[in-house]
Structures are given as C-alpha cells and as structure tokens.
Design a protein around this ligand. Structure first.
Ligand SMILES: [Ca+2]
Length: 170
C-alpha cells in the first residue's frame, strides 16, 4: 500500500516506524493496523498563520493580497507578513565610495522547502535583462534560522544598475 498525501502535505511516517510512503507487508502473522502521518508542507503551514487571507487564490505563492508589490513567495522567504503591506523593501542597498552592497535576509526553512531565492541585476529593467549576480560576488552569512545574502559590486561609472530579489517557488 502507499500513503498518498493531499495537496500541500507530504508523507511523514507510518505508525510502526516505516519511513517510506510505499510499503509491502509480506506474510503477516496477525492483523496489521498502521496509520500514516502527513506533515503540512512548509509554505502551506506558513500561510495558515494569516487567516485574514481567505480567498484560496490569494494564498498561492505568486499572489500579492496585500498589494505591496511582494508576492507571497517573497514574503515567505523574507519572513514578512503577506496580509499587511510591508514597510520598506526587503532588499537593502548600501552605496560606499568604491562599491555597492545589495543585501536581504532570508528564512532558511523557506530554502529547505525548495524556494530558491537570489539577487538579480539589470542595467535597464527590461523583462529579459535580469541576470543572477555573479557567484563570486555573492556572500551568505548564517544567522541561525536566517541567512544574510549579500552581493558586492564595484560602482559603475555613468551606467545604471537595478537589483531585485528573485524567488522561484518549487
Ligand atoms: Ca505582498
């Protein structure tokens, strides 16, 4: 038999300790009664913290029910409240004399749930012009439950540079 989770859940374990969702019990000598336990997926568990978001489509990762320009997936990754407009952008910019640093803090559990997040750069904001920062410019500091992601780049002369947080939901 196989334990099949509902959407938003994943199989956790059987009550007798078997850890694979699919199992075959051969030659049982007595009646066998086992129960499957399911765990809510991290994103779905997180979104239940915000009961004000009642419309199911507003609970999707790509939705932005508080209309602050940050999709739920970004609010999940950066740990903000998707039901109240966020004050201030999660991506911070610090301009020094020779370099600029772009930085955001992300929740490690969101990465473990398969939400890939990174800083992307563009010279002219066109939809196809965004590229991930060069890995050599990226630094990640472990803060325990969160990580600080930084991209440090030399200041450009007269050119413009734009930066954004990109989150790819699983
Ligand atoms: Ca939002």
């Amino acid at each position: 038999m196989t334990a099949v989770p509902n959407p938003g859940y994943s199989f956790a374990s059987w009550s007798d300790g078997v850890l694979t969702a699919a199992r075959t019990d051969t030659n049982p000598q007595a009646n066998l009664s086992v129960t499957a336990t399911f765990a809510m997926a991290p994103y779905d568990s997180w979104v239940t913290n915000f009961p004000d978001i009642t419309n199911p489509t507003d609970r999707e990762p790509a939705a932005d029910p508080d209309k602050d320009g940050l999709a739920n997936s970004i609010e999940f990754v950066t740990g903000s409240d998707p039901s109240k407009p966020s004050s201030g952008a999660p991506l911070k910019t610090n301009v020094g004399t020779t370099h600029v640093v772009y930085q955001f803090i992300r929740v490690k559990a969101a990465g473990e749930a398969g939400f890939v997040s990174r800083i992307e750069l563009s010279g002219q904001l066109g939809a196809a012009s965004w590229n991930p920062a060069d890995p050599g410019a990226v630094a990640i500091i472990d803060n325990g439950p969160t990580e600080t992601v930084s991209v440090t780049l030399p200041l450009v002369g007269a050119g413009k540079r734009f930066a954004r947080i990109k989150v790819i939901a699983p």
